[in-house]
Design a protein around this ligand. Structure first.
Ligand code: GLV
Length: 323
């Protein structure tokens, strides 16, 4: 009998065609965000699932999905999946590392440039019909070239962000829980500093660490208070790493010049303060969203699912104990 899988959110037709070569496929192409109840019902008789960050895969769900053997996330981040619960239920979990590094780093740069040069404010000014004359002191921004870039997290994406900084002739500082190898530091032209030092010295701080219990609010009032009032903070990693309420407060008081944010605590709801602020560039978690990259991510998850349910060895297995 063919194994059964469910795709929890809308994906590209080619991905469903590929999955259909191997499995009986059911898919949520209407793209409704499913409740845990709905998900539990639909996964009750499934062997595998392609999931996204909008589904929480935990004990509560897995205890009701006795057949499930593989959960293949269409994302590199997997904080929506409780790996301990997966291990307990013999469920393999996979993610999509590598394929989105360049695209996500490009978007971090889009946020850096847009925030530093106040592109959102300038565009709104024209759209609202308020541009009546050229002015010397109009939308004065922060220079990106020759500035000091501080990268929190020199992993795959952080490294690509660092390498892009060469063209802007920047000084690059980084902090991570573990210091990178000399080869990586040299390829990225990045210097390791303490976290406090980075926040004190950088003109632009950009965050590239995953969300976990350890990183929850690891950028809060104390870190933001160390930043220069002229500095900007960029976040395209995961909601919850920054204490959004503390960030709103600093942006409101003007102790921080601006922020460029693609991810939020509790998204798609966002702290209401962000909407009222001019000095913040907002986007709806789209850093990896180029046509090509989102396709690659979905196909990679599909390949993980095929491998998990046929050979038991998916290339991007997160929990060997789940086998
Ligand atoms: C997107 O946020 C991802 O984790 O891939």
């Amino acid at each position: 009998m063919r194994k059964k899988i469910f795709v929890t959110r809308e994906v590209f037709g080619e991905v469903l065609d590929f999955l259909a070569l191997h499995f009986e496929v059911a898919a949520n192409q209407e793209d409704k965000v499913l409740t845990t109840e709905e998900l539990a019902r639909v996964l009750a008789d499934k062997d595998g699932a392609l999931t996204t960050l909008t589904e929480r895969i935990d004990e509560n769900l897995l205890s009701r999905c006795p057949q499930l053997k593989a959960v293949c996330n269409i994302a590199v981040g997997y904080n929506n999946i409780d790996l301990t619960a997966c291990n307990a239920h013999g469920v393999m979990a996979t993610n999509t590392p590598g394929v989105l590094d360049d695209t996500t780093a490009d978007f971090a740069w889009a946020l850096i440039l847009a925030t530093a040069r106040r592109l959102n404010e300038a565009e709104a000014y024209i759209r609202e019909g308020r541009w009546d004359k050229w002015k010397l002191k109009q939308f004065l921004g922060l220079d990106v070239h020759h500035a000091t870039l501080g990268i929190i997290g020199l992993g795959r994406i952080g490294q690509v962000v660092a390498r892009r900084a060469t063209g802007f002739e920047m000084e690059v500082l980084y902090h991570d829980v573990r210091r990178a190898s000399a080869e990586i530091e040299s390829a990225c032209r990045a210097r390791y500093v303490t976290k406090d030092d980075l926040f004190r010295r950088a003109d632009i701080v950009t965050i590239h660490i995953p969300y976990s219990r350890e990183t929850h609010h690891s950028i809060g009032a104390a870190e933001i208070a160390l930043m220069k009032p002229s500095a900007i903070l960029i976040h395209a990693a995961r909601g919850g790493v920054i204490d959004d309420a503390a960030l709103v407060e600093a942006l409101r008081k003007g102790t921080l010049a601006g922020a460029g944010l693609d991810v939020f605590e509790g998204e798609p709801a966002i702290h209401p303060g962000f909407r009222e602020l001019k000095n913040v560039v907002l986007s709806p978690h789209i850093a990896s969203s180029s046509e090509r990259t989102r396709f690659k991510m979905a196909m990679m998850a599909a390949e993980n699912c095929v491998a998990a349910l046929t050979t038991g060895n998916p290339p991007n297995l997160l929990n060997p104990a789940g086998k």
